[in-house]
Design a protein around this ligand. Structure first.
Ligand code: VNL
Length: 395
């Protein structure tokens, strides 16, 4: 035994010496690895966001290969369960232990915000693929985004509603940062165009029960109820909207497209038909690029892609493009600079990263829920092109 062990040890020693000897030609040994850490809610109430983004990132890598600019890409996915303290701890581990070159994911605004100070200190780019409060990209020069902002969607919804016979609205939003953005940017745009917001209701983010709020909406009898709830929560709103008979009392349902999320909309039933929302992605977007994306996504993951999925796919694209531009260099400042101004054709249409604000510029579509080949979809019927985040334009 002793003899064998010492032989093995000698063998290991020998190979260590050998490794040292050939390290003059480093590229011949092993391909250098670039690690991308995605922090996502893979469990808990927002797990659909995590599942969508993970599936999309893996699809992007399967389609585009795991080597960029001579470097091997390694994707590390961590589950933060939707808890900001966990996101921060995981980010710390990814930065310190794994030495990731890019952090991505971030399912909700508080999760993204908890990580901003760490990414900033480490000078590691943070690609936000879900969270959508305007301020996130203003919190640090190391933050960019491939999802959208609530002010982009809300202002377009208000613009369309004010021009299409909607005069009186009640707004209902989840009571946290993106809900406040969705409420403000709808109300400001709508009232500036002559509309009236009768009441602004805020519902808790955790375990929301909308019944009592919807009763108030029914009594106010507006032309429309405007809703923002985060991805995954729409089903509850829709169910209670119908249970309360709001659909039958002539109140239109309008909102940002988070409420008619492609991942769950097909389970809503026909009561959802006719809901009008503004958003940047529909699985029914009629482009060749999107048709191929939806087909491949369904085949790989058995899910219909939603707006989170497309933002995860685009997030990976942005990281790949930045690495190509830097020639594989992972210096955080250089990667951020490379991301600025990048433009590409996404499955949702043309998008780019505003070089001034690091914010995504995209098309916003007004859509109506319709039945297409027996399934519910958001069918786009009006396009607002190249929409920048209006919350930043104001400055
Ligand atoms: C947020 C915004 C999250 C929109 C969402 O789904 C959403 C956020 C989880 O910024 O927290 O649809």
């Amino acid at each position: 035994m002793t003899t064998r062990r010492s032989i093995i040890r000698a063998g290991l020693l020998g190979s260590a010496i050998l490794t040292g000897a050939v390290s003059y030609a480093p590229m011949a040994m092993a391909q250098e690895v670039v690690k991308i850490g995605l922090i996502l809610p893979m469990t808990g109430p927002f797990a659909s966001t995590g599942r969508q983004i993970e599936a999309a990132a893996k699809l992007y890598m399967a389609q585009n290969g795991a080597t960029v600019a001579g470097k091997k890409i390694e994707l590390i996915v961590k589950d933060d369960t939707g808890t900001p303290d966990v996101t921060r701890r995981l980010a710390q581990e990814l930065l310190v232990n794994e030495k990731v070159s890019v952090l991505g994911g971030f399912g909700l605004t508080p999760l993204a915000m908890s990580t901003v100070p760490l990414a900033t200190q480490a000078k590691v780019p943070m690609v936000v693929m879900a969270a959508a409060t305007s301020m996130i990209t203003e919190a640090s020069p190391f933050v960019t985004r491939t999802s959208f902002t609530l002010p982009q969607a809300a202002s377009v919804m208000a613009d369309w509603a004010s021009k299409n016979g909607v005069k009186k609205v009640v707004t209902l939003v989840s009571d946290y940062a993106p809900g406040h953005d969705a409420e403000k940017w709808f109300a400001d745009t709508f009232t500036a165009a002559g509309g009236k917001v009768e009441a602004s209701i805020r519902a808790p983010l955790q375990n929301p029960d909308f019944a009592a709020f919807l009763q108030r909406v029914k009594e106010a009898q507006p032309d429309a109820l405007y809703v923002f709830v985060p991805s995954g929560v729409g089903a509850t709103v829709m169910k209670q909207f119908v249970e309360r008979g709001l659909d039958k009392s002539g109140i239109k349902l309008i909102g940002t497209g988070d409420v008619t999320d492609d991942d769950i909309i097909n389970g809503y039933g026909d009561a959802a038909i006719g809901a009008i929302t503004a958003h940047h992605y529909s699985a029914a977007h009629p482009s060749a690029k999107n048709k191929a994306f939806v087909e491949a996504f369904k085949k790989a993951s058995n899910m219909r892609p939603n707006f989170m999925g497309v933002a995860g796919y685009d997030g990976m694209h942005l990281i790949y493009e930045a690495l190509k531009k830097t020639g594989g260099t992972t210096d955080g400042t250089k990667l951020m600079d490379a991301m600025k101004g990048t433009a590409w054709e996404s499955p949702r249409g043309p998008v780019s990263i505003d070089p001034e604000t690091r914010e995504i510029v995209l098309n916003m579509y007004v859509r109506k829920v319709e039945k297409v080949d027996g399934e519910l979809y958001n069918v786009e019927f009006s396009t607002f092109e190249g929409v920048k985040d209006p919350a930043k334009k104001k400055k």
